[in-house]
Structure formats: C-alpha cells, structure tokens
Design a protein around this ligand. Structure first.
Ligand SMILES: [Zn+2]
Length: 392
C-alpha cells in the first residue's frame, strides 16, 4: 500500500530524531538569555542551511533572530516558530530548547515531503520570549506578511491545544512637580510624590468598576530623593492585563484619566510611556487547533484537555492577531510547572525529548493538512478576521 504524506512526514521526523535531540541538548547545555542567544540561533540556522533552507540571519534587525525558508511552488506558507532563550539562574526552565528544536525538526521533515506537494515552510527564530519578546517587533516589522498559518508548541503541565493568554500593556507614569526645601518654603513647591500616591488611590477606587478579568499591578520606581526636598519627580510602573483587547484598552484609558486627575489635584504634570512591549491576547485558531488535535490523536496522545485560560501573557499573542496561529501545550510529565528547577531538568531529559518529537510530528502533519487542503488556510484566515473585527 502506498504510504500517506503524513506517514512519510512522520518517518522523516523519526529519521531526523538524533539530529533534533542533539540540537536540543546542545541548547539546553548552554543556556543564553533573551537577545543574547548567539549560540542557539547560529546552531539552528546552520542546521537549516545544511538541510537546503535559505537562511537570513539577523532578521528584522535583531541579531539573534533568523528566517529560514524552503519553497516548492505556489501553495500555503506555513511558519513554525522557534524560541531558544533561557532564564537567569534556572537555565532552560521553560523548555525553549525543546520548542526551538521541535520547530526546526518539523520544518526539515516537511521540506522533504514538499518535493511532492506545493507550498512553503518557514522557520522563524524568535528571540527573547521571556523578556522583551521579539515577536512583537517582528510583527510590527511586517515579518508575518504573506504567512498563512503560524504554530509552535510549548512544554507544559498538561496537553492543551487551545489556549488563551492575557493582553498586557506596560505603562510608566511620571509626575512632575516643583522641588523646594521641604520645611523652609513648602508653599512654593509641588509634590510629585503626593500626586503619585493620589494616583494609586484613584486606581484602587477604579478597580470596583472593572471586570474581574482585568488585572492592574503597579510599583513605585521613583518617589523622590530626600525627605528634605519636595519631590519634583515621582514615577510608577504598571502592568495592565485583560483577557480581551477591548477591555484592556478601556481600562488603560480610565487609568490615564486617574493619572490626569491626580496630577490636577496637586498642580503637577503627568506623562506616560510604554516601558516594555505590549503583548496582545492569544487567539487560538479553531481550524488549526482542530487539525493539530486530530494529529495528536493520530500519534497516540490520549489525555487531551479542553480549551485552557492562561493567566500569563505571551508574545505569540501578537502573532495570533495577524496570522491564524496556535500555541499548544504538551505535558512534559504532569508533575512540574515551568520556571522551576525540576522543569529545567526534565527539559534536558529523554522525557522532554519524547514530547519534543511528538510535537514535531504533530506540527509536520498539521502543515501537510494545509498543503493538501489549502482551503483550510483560507477558512482559518476568515475565522481570524471575524474575531479581530469584534475587537476580542
Ligand atoms: Zn516559555
């Protein structure tokens, strides 16, 4: 019997197993922080070049980002995203060594099958997921224009194909007053710190009017220099998060109004800026998620959880707002949670490698589904447009 394209892709993944495992172990053994992943990006880029991919390094002006492409005629363009940054002290406690290597392995397996199909497979090396996520810059730079679907996998504590994440905005508010001697002539000063304290109180009063899926957390980063001087400058940094983009925007505008009101009460002036990138909420594409779930079943994965609401924020959210995307989690071994030492150990073990291989095969099979039925990519795009049109 003639084997199917998916069987072929799975066989190719198995034949690449040692290479994929070697990449993952090498990256695990040499953890690098965000934007400094020189070794990992070089290693993955070199491997893709050896496998006849066209590789652009320093993609979007980011030294450790890359773009690799294998094209076979006109057809869907599928991007597999590769993360490879680690955490301070803990190393690969989020298992990004497995993510980066799985996407590269899946893409190479797909490229071999593409000799008989029409389409393009892309690997995008996306640095610094743990800090100032490069995917945000890459989306803004137009890196995802012309991409029909984007996917990656993330190791986690359960098998959850469809996830959501919180949209997040990082705002810094700075209040400006007038410095004078605190005891000698306070009547001539304007206390920026008092304005900032009123602002915190205003935000706390506002909470009762916000939905319970809006989260606001702030810290004071500058509250003056000496009790002897009326502070002329005071500033605070806030993370504002919400499940839906429109809720985040509404909360942000009301918080800005609080800042303006607090400044006016004291006669101070306030300004604000984004001190880190804003992350948008994750939209898991139903069509892509359905294909991925079926492919996991085909590979023998049984314990699949339903849609999961994540409490964090991920830079894949920004990608998911412009390209149909999925960010499925696969359980490393149910017991350990990301960002723990135990998780780092499992990410470098055979348990992690087995999950990575399952992920690579499921991504390869999902790409093959889209090459065989390009109308599904069109359907996925329409789903995204409907969702974004509603501002959710
Ligand atoms: Zn992670």
């Amino acid at each position: 019997m003639r084997k199917s394209y998916k069987e072929w892709a799975i066989e190719e993944s198995d034949s690449l197993r040692q290479d994929i495992v070697n990449l993952s172990r090498a990256i695990h053994g040499k953890p690098e922080l965000g934007m400094r992943e020189y070794y990992a990006s070089q290693l993955l880029g070199d491997f893709l070049e050896q496998q006849r991919f066209e590789v652009i390094r320093g993609f979007c002006g980011i030294p450790t980002a890359f773009f690799a492409r294998f094209k076979s005629g006109e057809g869907p363009v599928i991007a597999l995203l590769s993360e490879y940054d680690a955490l301070p002290e803990l190393g690969h406690a989020c298992g990004h060594n497995l993510i980066g290597s799985a996407s590269v392995g899946a893409a190479v397996a797909v490229s071999r099958v593409l000799s008989q199909l029409k389409g393009t497979v892309v690997v995008m090396g996306t640095p610094a997921e743990e800090t100032n996520g490069a995917k945000v810059l890459m989306v803004e730079a137009g890196a995802f224009t012309g991409i029909d679907a984007a996917m990656m996998f993330h190791p986690g504590d359960s098998n959850a194909v469809e996830i959501s994440s919180l949209a997040m905005e990082a705002l810094e508010f700075t209040f400006w007053g007038k410095a004078v001697h605190a005891a000698a002539c306070p009547q001539l000063g304007i206390n920026a710190l008092e304005a900032l304290i009123l602002f915190f109180n205003g935000v706390n009063s506002l909470r009762q009017h916000l939905r319970d899926d809006v989260f606001i957390h702030g810290i004071i980063v500058d509250g003056g220099n000496s009790p002897n001087v009326i502070p002329e400058r005071a500033s605070a940094q806030f993370y504002i998060r919400a499940r839906q983009q429109n809720q985040l925007e509404m909360a942000r505008e009301r918080i800005k109004t609080c800042a303006e009101g607090a400044a006016a009460m004291i006669g101070a002036r306030v300004e604000w800026r984004n001190f880190e990138f804003s992350y948008q909420s994750m939209i898991s594409n139903p069509t892509l998620a359905g294909l991925f779930r079926e492919n996991l079943k085909l590979l023998g994965v049984r314990d699949l959880a339903g849609p999961r609401e994540a409490m964090g924020s991920i830079d894949m959210g920004n990608v998911s707002q412009v390209v149909p995307s999925i960010h499925p989690y696969l359980a490393l071994n149910g017991k350990f949670v990301p960002h723990s030492r135990e998780f780092a150990n499992v990410a470098g073990s055979e348990i992690g490698e087995a999950v990575m291989m399952t992920a690579a095969k499921a991504m390869a099979c999902t790409a093959i589904d889209l090459y065989l039925q390009p109308e599904l990519a069109v359907k996925a795009r329409a789903e995204l447009q409907r969702r974004v049109g509603k501002g959710l």
